[in-house]
Design a protein around this ligand. Structure first.
Ligand SMILES: [Ca+2]
Length: 167
């Protein structure tokens, strides 16, 4: 595993929906609090009965993403974390739609246990939005995540040494 330059604290999180619209207990921002707690304030929980639920981190500026590590919900339900795609790009996520941003990594799952899930990018991807999304069209279960660690760096200008196509 590459050394990780953590950048998740540079972003803000939003979700396709929030369980029971409860932004105190199940808020998307809970994945960025750095805490793997067992209580409901610790994790993000989408509403369920929703197709392609997602969590999005907006960095407000281009980032080069190398990998994402996802800490599972700590009390149950890690099997809901299945067929999850990480994409990175410049288009914000849209509810009920698959992200059209370039794919970065994919996790087939389902997650077998409470253990963290590591999703490396097949190659570094540049973008403002990082989207973690369930992709199974037959799966209407919620997406649950307790915390995420994003490894990457601040994006450089396109004419510098590192050049990644964004089209
Ligand atoms: Ca958390």
């Amino acid at each position: 595993m590459e050394p990780c330059n953590q950048i998740q604290s540079l972003g803000t999180a939003s979700g396709s929906s929030v369980f029971e619209s409860d932004l105190h207990d199940y808020s998307p921002s809970n994945v960025l609090d750095g805490v793997k707690s067992y209580d409901f304030q610790g994790f993000f929980h989408s509403n369920g009965a929703e197709l392609f639920p997602w969590l999005q981190v907006d960095f407000m500026a281009p980032m080069i993403i190398d990998s994402v590590t996802v800490a599972m919900r700590q009390d149950c339900c890690w099997d809901r974390f299945a067929k999850v795609q990480v994409s990175v790009g410049y288009m914000p996520a849209v509810q009920w739609e698959l992200s059209e941003n370039p794919p970065c990594g994919f996790y087939e799952g389902p997650a077998p246990s409470i253990d963290d899930v590591y999703i490396p990018c097949s190659m570094p991807v540049l973008g403002r939005y990082l989207i973690i999304q369930k992709t199974d069209p037959n799966d209407y279960n919620a997406i649950n995540m307790n915390d995420i660690t994003i490894c990457g760096e601040i994006g450089r200008k396109p004419n510098s040494f590192y050049h990644y196509s964004t089209q």
